[in-house]
Design a protein around this ligand. Structure first.
Ligand SMILES: Cc1cc2nc3c(=O)[nH]c(=O)nc-3n(C[C@H](O)[C@H](O)[C@H](O)COP(=O)(O)OP(=O)(O)OC[C@H]3O[C@@H](n4cnc5c(N)ncnc54)[C@H](O)[C@@H]3O)c2cc1C
Length: 322
């Protein structure tokens, strides 16, 4: 049985106290802990000293829908709550419902899902397994075992909600030592398996805001080996707006689990916008997505299979929206 290393536990009651605690060496933020705790048990964070839990901070739970349709989801709202809230877009409820299992959705939060650590077959194994080889870049070593010729870490962005939130054009609110700020969620992510978030370690995501989205059609498709529990090994979030003549006026296509950040596919979007939405343009957009993404062999199933599934999943998603 894997056990947690000895750690100090802090549960502050205000965000300001939490931000101050996060400035200490070796402090890690915990929401539901459903990803952080298994990672700690596998000794993925050897410098960890203190867990700063958000559980006692008031006002970090709940969903508000404003009169103009703007949706505000507080960071500690559980995935199960999102699944059950009929005021939310279907795409969001379905993506939240595709995460892990009912038990994990009861524990896991929206903020935790959006900030969830990147994953790699060489990293997400117990410490003893990792010691059988030189540590990889993310484990403090000199090389990436997946792409040894490269100098970067290729651990995979494995959040189900992140591509959907990017497709919906959401914003996130952050609080840190310099106060509060709001950024488009796309800017929260960096395509780097180690430093995969652009925010500082002291900054806490407090809320996700989805602006009015009437008329936007959106869907999410997830590839995984089993029907539950498994992380995505490909996620496709698509959002389009069509006018009365079936001309596509807006498109966002975002791939999950094929890079270290949710990957927007501008080439597919350009194919769609301004043209009639039909089988031909959908096929072109799907092919453009295949050309952009380069999944590697560091998650379940082979990179070749996942690459071949990209146009299939993009096409199915876009057909569903037609
Ligand atoms: C068996 C198993 C299967 C899983 N399957 C899936 C899956 O299919 N899809 C999927 O998306 N995830 C999956 N997960 C990962 C995880 O359970 C979910 O992503 C969950 O939503 C994480 O939320 P949490 O509140 O538990 O995050 P935590 O584990 O508490 O935190 C995760 C990370 O986010 C950071 N963080 C948490 N909250 C904030 C915040 N408010 N501001 C800034 N940083 C924050 C933490 O510091 C940590 O780095 C799975 C996990 C397990 C164990």
């Amino acid at each position: 049985m894997l056990r947690l290393p000895p750690l100090r536990y802090e549960a502050p009651s205000t965000l300001e106290e939490a931000v101050a605690l996060l400035a200490e060496d070796g402090a890690l933020l915990a929401a539901g802990g459903s990803d952080l705790v298994p990672n700690l048990k596998r000794r993925q964070y050897p410098t960890a000293r203190t867990i700063v839990s958000l559980r006692r901070v008031a006002d970090l739970v709940g969903i508000r829908v404003e009169s103009d349709g703007t949706i505000r989801i507080a960071a500690l709202t559980t995935l199960a709550t999102v699944v059950e809230d009929s005021r939310l877009p279907k795409v969001l409820r379905e993506a939240a419902g595709a995460v892990a299992s009912p038990q994990i959705r009861n524990q896991g939060t929206v903020g935790g899902n959006l900030c969830v650590d990147t994953r790699c077959d060489w990293l997400n194994v117990p410490d003893t397994w990792r010691q059988a080889a030189e540590p990889c870049l993310k484990a403090g070593g000199e090389m990436c075992w997946v792409a040894p010729a490269k100098k970067d870490c290729w651990a995979v962005s494995s959040s189900d909600l992140a591509p959907v939130m990017v497709a919906l054009g959401a914003e996130v609110q952050l609080i840190g030592p310099d106060g509060r700020r709001s950024i488009p969620i796309e800017q929260l992510y960096r395509n780097d398996g180690m430093a995969y978030l652009t925010k500082t370690t002291e900054e806490i995501l407090t809320e996700v805001v989805i602006g009015p989205h009437a008329g936007l059609r959106a869907t999410y498709r997830k590839l995984r080996r089993r029907g539950s529990i498994d992380f995505p090994i490909l996620g496709v979030a698509a959002a389009v707006r069509l006018d009365d003549a079936d001309i596509c006026t807006e498109a966002r296509i975002v791939l999950g689990a094929v890079a270290s950040a949710p990957l927007r596919v501008p080439t597919s979007e350009e194919v769609l916008v301004g043209r009639t939405y039909n089988a031909e343009t959908i096929a072109e957009a799907a092919e453009a997505a295949r050309k952009l993404a380069r999944p590697l062999n560091n998650t379940d199933l082979t990179s070749r299979y996942r690459t071949r599934m990209i146009p299939v999943f993009v096409r199915r998603a876009l057909e569903e929206l037609g």
